[in-house]
Design a protein around this ligand. Structure first.
Ligand SMILES: [Zn+2]
Ligand SMILES: [Zn+2]
Length: 86
């Protein structure tokens, strides 16, 4: 059964992605939940610097993600009320 036949009609809404943090020094991007030491692991490993200055990257708030129950494809669409009216 070719996958291209799927029309993605059984879509399930996926939970929003977690916020990420970007180190302002080395620009490493890390998930907030992974930042156990509260300092950048890359700066610590490479320069032995405990760097704690991060820029917060919000997940794509203008997009919502759906997963197709039939084929498992993840579809990202603009979060617009025009798409799913009613
Ligand atoms: Zn599908
Ligand atoms: Zn860093």
């Amino acid at each position: 059964m070719p996958q291209s036949q799927c029309k993605h009609q059984k879509l399930v809404l996926l939970p929003p992605q977690a916020a990420k943090l970007r180190c302002t020094r080395c620009h490493l991007t890390i998930e907030e939940t992974e930042l156990a030491n509260n300092c950048c692991p890359e700066c610590l490993a490479a320069h032995s610097i405990r760097h704690r200055d991060f820029e917060r990257l919000e997940p794509e708030a203008d997009r919502v993600r759906y997963s197709c129950e039939d084929c498992g494809a993840v579809i990202s669409v603009l979060n617009s009320k025009d798409i799913f009216s009613g």
